[in-house]
Design a protein around this ligand. Structure first.
Ligand code: SF4
Length: 445
C-alpha cells in the first residue's frame, strides 16, 4: 500500500509522524510524499493551529482531488479534543486519539473507504509514554529525541494537557541506547524534546539526572535543550550547561508575558523576578549563550500598560530572539471565558511591534558574536551562492563557503560579518585541525 503523512503543529508532532512513517515502512508499505497519488493518508493535527477545523478541511479536499479513494485517518491533539467535529468532515475514515496515535498500524488493518468514520479516541488520563525520534525537517544532521510527553500544569490559555494528558517520561536507562541509534544514523546534534521537558521524571530521576547522564556518555554528538519552563531552570542546571562540552549554550525559556499581573492570570508558575534572575545568571555564566523566549500578546485584559511592561522587560534584557504568538481563544480553557477580550486589531499591532523587537535582538546577538569562533554542523548547500548554512552551538545561523562535498560533521568557523539579505553571519572555515577536532571551550565563572 502507498501511504503519505501530513503534520501540523509542534516539533513533537513532527517527531511522532516520523515514528509512524518508520512503522509503516517496516511493515513494507511505500511512503509517498504528501500531495502525490496514494492509497492512505494520516494527518497529524495540532490544537494550537489557528482555525484547525478549516485547515483540516482544506487538507482533506486536497487529498480527495488527487486520490479520491484514499483512506483518510486523522490523529493528534485536535483529533483528541474535537473528535466528533473531525468525524463530521466529509471524507474522513478514522479519527484516532492521543493514546493510540503511535499504534495506528495496529488498530487499523483495513484501509478501504468507510461509509461512517471509525472513532478510536479514549481518555488521555491513561496515556503511557510512547517513544519517538525524528530528523529535523530541514536538516540531515539534527534529530529530535522525545524524552517527555504531556503536562501537569494548567496555564489558563493552554489545551495541551487536555489533548496530551499527564506528564510522563522515557525510562532514563533507555536514553543511552536511543542516542547511540541516532549517532549511528550520523546525527551530530540531538535536541532533547518534550511538552514540558524540564518536568522530566521517571522513578527517581529528574531532568538534571538526564543532563548528568548525557555528560557521562561517550558520545561525539552535541545536545540542545528544546524548551524549558522558567520555573524548572535553576542554578545547578545553568552551571551544568556552562561547564559542559556536550550540552550547548542555548536556553529557550517561554516567557509568555513580562507583566506579573498577566502571568498571574495566565496561571504561570514563576515570578517575573525569578525569570530575570535565571536570565542574568545564564548570561553571567555564558556570555555567549543564546536566550530565546515565547511571548503571547493580546491575552484577555492585557492593558496597554501591561503590554508595555512586557515590551520594556524584553527590550532591556539580552534576549537573542522571540517567538511571538497572538493570543487566540481556545474552547475548554479558563482564559476563553475571561472578560476584556482584546480586539484583534490591537493584538496584531502588539504582535508586529514585538516581532520587530525580536528581529533587532537577533541582529544584536549575531553581531555580538562576530570575531569569535564556533562549531557549525553544515546542513544545506546553496549551489547558486556556493555557501553552506548551519547553526553554531549557540544558535547563530551562519553561512560559509566550502566544497559541495563537505562531510556532514562539525567544523570550526570564524564569524566575520552579518549578512542583511540572508539574515546569517558570513563565516570562514578554520584550517586549524586542532580546533576542528574539539569543541570550543566555554567560559565558566
Ligand atoms: S506548561 Fe503551560 S503552556 Fe506549556 S504545555 Fe503545560 S499547560 Fe501548556
Amino acid at each position: 500500500m502507498r501511504i503519505s503523512f501530513h503534520t501540523l503543529g509542534c516539533k513533537l508532532n513532527y517527531s511522532e509522524t516520523s515514528q509512524l512513517r518508520d512503522q509503516y515502512e517496516k511493515l513494507g508499505h511505500e511512503i509517498v510524499p504528501f500531495g502525490n497519488e496514494t492509497d492512505a493518508v494520516i494527518i497529524n493535527t495540532c490544537t494550537v493551529t489557528e482555525n484547525a477545523d478549516t485547515e483540516c478541511r482544506k487538507i482533506i479536499r486536497k487529498i480527495q482531488q488527487v486520490s479520491p479513494e484514499a483512506f483518510i485517518g486523522v490523529t493528534g491533539c485536535y483529533a483528541q479534543l474535537k473528535s466528533h467535529e473531525i468525524a463530521s468532515i466529509p471524507g474522513v475514515d478514522a479519527v484516532i486519539g492521543t493514546s493510540d496515535k503511535l499504534r495506528i498500524d495496529e488498530i487499523i488493518s483495513d484501509y478501504s473507504k468507510r461509509n461512517k468514520p471509525e472513532l478510536h479516541v479514549s481518555s488521555v488520563d491513561d496515556a503511557i509514554f510512547s517513544f519517538s525520534q525524528s530528523a529535523d525537517e530541514d536538516s540531515r544532521t539534527r534529530a529530535f529525541l522525545k524524552i517527555q510527553d504531556g503536562c501537569d500544569y494548567s496555564c489558563s490559555f493552554c489545551t495541551i494537557p487536555l489533548a496530551r494528558g499527564k506528564s510522563r517520561s522515557i525510562d532514563i536507562s533507555e536514553i543511552p541506547n536511543r542516542i547511540r541509534q541516532l549517532e549511528e544514523q550520523e546525527y551530530h546534534e540531538i535536541i532533547l524534546s518534550g511538552i514540558n521537558l524540564g518536568d522530566y521524571s521517571h522513578d527517581d530521576s529528574s531532568f538534571i539526572d538526564v543532563l548528568h547522564l548525557i555528560e557521562s556518555l561517550d558520545t561525539k554528538a552535541r545536545f540542545r535543550i528544546g524548551s524549558i519552563e522558567p520555573n524548572l531552570v535553576n542554578e545547578l542546571i545553568l552551571r551544568l550547561i556552562a561547564s559542559s562540552n556536550k550540552i550547548v549554550p542555548h536556553l529557550h525559556m517561554p516567557l509568555q508575558s513580562g507583566s506579573q499581573s498577566v502571568l498571574k492570570r495566565m496561571k504561570r508558575r514563576y515570578k517575573i523576578s525569578s525569570y530575570y534572575d535565571n536570565l542574568i545568571l545564564c548570561k553571567q555564566l555564558m556570555p555567549h549563550a543564546c536566550i530565546g523566549a515565547d511571548v503571547i500578546v493580546g491575552f484577555p485584559g492585557e492593558t496597554d500598560q501591561e503590554y508595555e511592561e512586557t515590551f520594556t522587560f524584553i527590550e532591556q534584557l539580552p534576549f537573542s530572539y522571540l517567538h511571538v504568538f497572538t493570543y487566540s481563544e481556545r474552547d475548554n480553557t479558563p482564559a476563553a471565558n475571561y472578560d476584556d477580550s482584546i480586539p484583534m486589531r490591537i493584538r496584531k499591532l502588539r504582535n508586529a511591534r514585538l516581532r520587530a523587537l525580536s528581529d533587532a535582538k537577533r541582529r544584536v546577538f549575531y553581531e555580538s558574536q562576530i570575531g569569535s569562533s564556533h562549531k557549525v554542523i553544515p546542513e544545506s548547500f546553496d549551489e547558486s551562492t556556493g555557501f553552506w548554512r548551519g547553526w553554531t552551538e549557540n544558535y547563530v545561523r551562519v553561512q560559509f563557503s566550502g566544497t559541495q562535498f563537505l562531510n556532514m560533521q562539525p567544523y570550526a568557523v570564524h564569524l566575520e560579518q552579518y549578512d542583511h539579505v540572508s539574515g546569517t553571519v558570513t563565516s570562514t572555515l578554520l584550517e586549524d585541525p586542532q580546533l576542528n577536532n574539539g569543541y570550543i571551550q566555554l567560559s565558566v565563572i
